[in-house]
Design a protein around this ligand. Sequence first.
Ligand code: XUL
Length: 554
Amino acid sequence: MAGSVLQWAWRRAGGRTTLQAAIDFGRNGAPLGRYLGLDSSTQSLSAIVIDSDTGQVVVERTLNFGQRLPSYRCPSGFLPAEDPKVKQSDPLMWVEALELLFGELKSSGLDLSQIRGISGAGQQHGSVYLGRSMVTVGRWAEGASLVDQVRPLLSRAVGPIWMDSSTSQQCAEITSAAGGEQRVVTITGSRAIERFTAAQIRKFAQTEPKAWDATVEVHLVSSFMASMLVATTAGIDLGDGAGMNLLDLAAGDWSPVMVQATAPGLERKLPRTVPSCTAVGPLADYFVSRFGFAPKTPVYAFTGDNPSSLVGMGASRPGSMVISLGTSDTVFAAMSQPRTDPRGYGHVFGNPAGGFMSLICFSNGSLAREEIARRFGLSWDGFASAILEHTRPGNDGNMMLPYFVPEITPRLLHPEPCWFGSRDFTEGRDAARAARAIVEAQALGMRLYSSWIGEKPETVLTTGGASKNRGILRVLADVLGAEIRPLTVANSSALGGALRAAQATEKLPWGDLFDQFAATDPLRRVSPDPSVRGVYEELGAQFERRVEEMVAGR
Ligand code: XUL
């Protein structure tokens, strides 16, 4: 025991843990460094608690909105709407989920008073509109639920989420008011994008001008959730703020040009921007008395789920690429130099560990894989074995364009899956080939649309539910020609929150935290098969031709 206490003290010299603290640990045996990371994503809220002294993930828990909170009528995290381009959600559902999840953590026997810092992430781009600034809240009343206290603060009952693609007109208007596409890309790192917050804010201001006038504060999901915890206005961090088309990336602050091009009065309604490591306040007393957190537990700025995953994957320095296989699939990497995508699909966001990151988002991720599994009655295991045991790389010339819902990369507002190949395949009678076809097409899309980043990765780190599927990992390795390393922890975004809280509280070197927590499972690594390279060169060329024809509407 004494030896390991000294090791901690030595490892932390220069950091938070002094020798005295390490000795105290030895004396009373209490853990020193537990941190909570949260991830408010499209379909669920997740929590991870890490212990930076033992290197253990203490708890990992997810609460699915559709299953646990059916009264919000969001089975997949958003409200059904007649127009398939409109995707909105109820912010109160996220608030209720927060209370439920904290209650579950407490009743699981976890001593929340041991948590020394909290941070987290939210699905990117989605926005929440308040008619009263969170600054005026100050504290939550203890006799009422959080939901009942937040409801009267909203100036818009539901808000748009990242899946919304209904704002093409507003994108065009913003682009022209800001001085053209190139200027928007140079300032914000992305052209004006339908799901980004600026276009969504403009649409709200145009279609509901009274409610817009009544709005005094606009939040991202990330800053809204952090504001709930501190009962005041939490700033918008530079990682997630970059997904709004409002941030001047070079200045690290709101761009007056973009803000003015978006909506009247917006400059007064945006919270301030903050670096991701900023303490946005102590945890509100409400959570202390309800769930047993320690008084004044520091809360750090929340960021977007993808920037948070970059940290949770241990990939916040350039060198490796990350593929996150979730509701959307995203491909991202820390950038050695900021570049922009000439095709206009990719984005540049802030890297919460400093600098920038690239990101490409595909909306036909799990949604499309699940659709194939459903249509062909394949279980998730069946999906893997169909690919690995019953098909070959290249799928014997059978290919699919995998677009079931409006796609972001490439931009397809009226999606339709297309099948090319043998009759059994095109007529939808060949489950095994359908499983391979969708995954090959998704991987080819990732390869094609990430080429602008300009750095071919030797290793690709994967995370998200589908990264457990060996069939999918095999196809990714072969198509990308890179070793695939799945992360051991399933939710890298929540983990990123916990790591950011630990780093900000203890000033620990990122490398130490990554060594402890961002581990990949050596037994699940998949190396590329060099003999199939040619097959995917050929298929890649075909995919590019067909997808470009589809984008051009031919
Ligand atoms: C990224 C994006 C999605 C959401 C999903 O630009 O839109 O990945 O962040 O939560």
